[in-house]
Design a protein around this ligand. Structure first.
Ligand SMILES: NC(=O)C1=CN([C@@H]2O[C@H](COP(=O)(O)OP(=O)(O)OC[C@H]3O[C@@H](n4cnc5c(N)ncnc54)[C@H](OP(=O)(O)O)[C@@H]3O)[C@@H](O)[C@H]2O)C=CC1
Ligand SMILES: O=C(O)C1=N[C@H](C(=O)O)C[C@H](O)C1
Length: 268
C-alpha cells in the first residue's frame, strides 16, 4: 500500500517547520508537498532545507498545485488562509487537519459545512497531554461543582496573535459544559479597576504573552482553604506535530466527517 502523502501549509512558520521535520522522520507517511504564501522567502526552496534535512520537495506558492500532490493537508496558518485551503481541499477531495486557532463563528460553521464532503480533524491543541487534561478537567469540574472559583491562566510567546489561546477557550468550554453553564454567558476575559467581588458563576481568563514561551495552561479551582490546579506546559512544538500526524493517519480511508483529537485518541 502506498504511503499517506502529507501537504504542509505555512511551511516556513513555526508549526510548518515542525510539521516538515516530523513528517520527514515518520516512516509511515511522506511529505507530498509544502507551500507558503506567494512572496514568502521560502518559496522555491527545498522544504527540507527549512529543517536542515533536504528532501527534494520544493516549497510551492500555489496551494492548489500542492494539494494535487497530497492525500491530507495539515494546516497551522491563520483563519483566513485556512478557510481558503479548506475550500480547495473540499474541491479536490483532500482530507484536512486544522490546528489554526482564532476562528469566528462563521469560520467554524464553514469548517462544519466542508466536513460534510471531506474528513476533517479540527482541534485547538494536538498534544496528547493537553487532550488528557481536557478529560481531567471534566472530572474535576463535576466533583468541584460548588464552592470553587474557576480561573484559567495561559502563557505563550510574544508572536502569538490571538487571545485567549484556543486551548484555554476549549478548557473553559469543557469546564462550563461539565457544570451545565454556557461559556459565552459566564466567561470573564481580564479584569481592571474596581471590579466588585467575584461572581461565583463566572469562569475567568488571564493571558500572558512574552519571549519564547511555547504554551502553558493552568486551570485553578479555588476553594476555601484549598486550591486544585491542573496544568500543562509545552517545552517544544513537536507534540503538536506528532499529534497532527496521528490525526492524519486516523482520517485515512474516511470519506467525510468532523473530528477532534478526543476522537483521534479514543477519549470521547
Ligand atoms: N492546534 C495546535 O496544536 C496548535 C495550534 N497552533 C496555531 O497554529 C497557528 C500558526 O501558529 P505558528 O506556526 O506559531 O504561526 P507562524 O506565524 O509561525 O506561521 C504561520 C504560517 O502561516 C502563513 N500564513 C499567514 N497568514 C496566511 C494566510 N492568510 N494564508 C496562508 N498562509 C498564511 C505564514 O506565512 P507568512 O510568514 O507569509 O505570514 C506562516 O508561514 C496559530 O493559529 C496557532 O495558534 C500553534 C501550535 C499548536
Ligand atoms: O500559538 C501557539 O503557539 C499555540 N496555539 C494554540 C492555542 O491557541 O491554543 C496551541 C498551543 O497552545 C500553541
Amino acid at each position: 500500500m502506498s504511503k499517506l502523502r502529507i501537504a504542509v501549509a505555512g511551511a516556513s512558520g513555526r508549526m510548518g517547520r515542525m510539521l516538515i521535520e516530523a513528517t520527514l522522520k515518520d516512516g509511515e507517511v511522506v511529505l507530498g508537498a509544502a507551500f507558503d504564501r506567494p512572496g514568502s522567502p521560502a518559496v522555491g526552496k527545498d522544504a527540507g532545507d527549512l529543517v536542515g534535512q533536504p528532501c527534494g520537495v520544493q516549497v510551492l506558492d500555489s496551494a492548489e498545485t500542492a494539494l494535487k500532490q497530497a492525500d491530507c493537508l495539515i494546516d497551522f496558518t491563520r483563519p483566513e488562509g485556512t478557510l481558503e485551503h479548506l475550500a480547495l481541499c473540499r474541491k479536490l477531495g483532500v482530507a484536512m487537519i486544522i490546528g489554526t486557532t482564532g476562528f469566528d463563528e462563521a469560520g467554524k460553521a464553514a469548517i462544519r459545512d466542508a466536513a460534510q464532503d471531506i474528513p476533517v480533524v479540527f482541534a485547538p491543541n494536538m498534544a496528547v497531554g493537553v487532550n488528557l487534561v481536557f478529560k481531567l478537567l471534566d472530572v474535576a469540574a463535576r466533583i468541584l461543582n460548588q464552592g470553587y472559583d474557576i480561573e484559567i491562566v495561559e502563557a505563550h510567546h510574544k508572536h502569538k496573535i490571538d487571545a485567549p489561546s484556543g486551548t484555554a477557550l476549549r478548557m473553559g468550554e469543557v469546564v462550563a459544559h461539565a457544570l451545565g453553564r454556557d461559556l459565552k454567558e459566564c466567561a470573564i476575559y481580564g479584569r481592571e479597576g474596581v471590579t466588585g467581588e467575584r461572581d461565583p458563576s463566572t469562569i475567568g481568563f488571564a493571558t500572558v504573552r512574552g519571549g519564547d514561551i511555547v504554551g502553558d495552561h493552568n486551570v485553578m479551582f479555588c476553594g476555601t482553604g484549598e486550591r486544585v490546579e491542573i496544568a500543562h506546559k509545552a517545552g517544544s512544538r513537536m507534540p503538536y506535530a506528532l499529534g497532527s500526524l496521528r490525526a492524519a493517519r486516523f482520517l485515512a480511508g474516511k470519506k467525510n466527517g468532523l473530528f477532534d483529537m478526543q476522537d483521534v485518541l479514543g477519549l470521547r
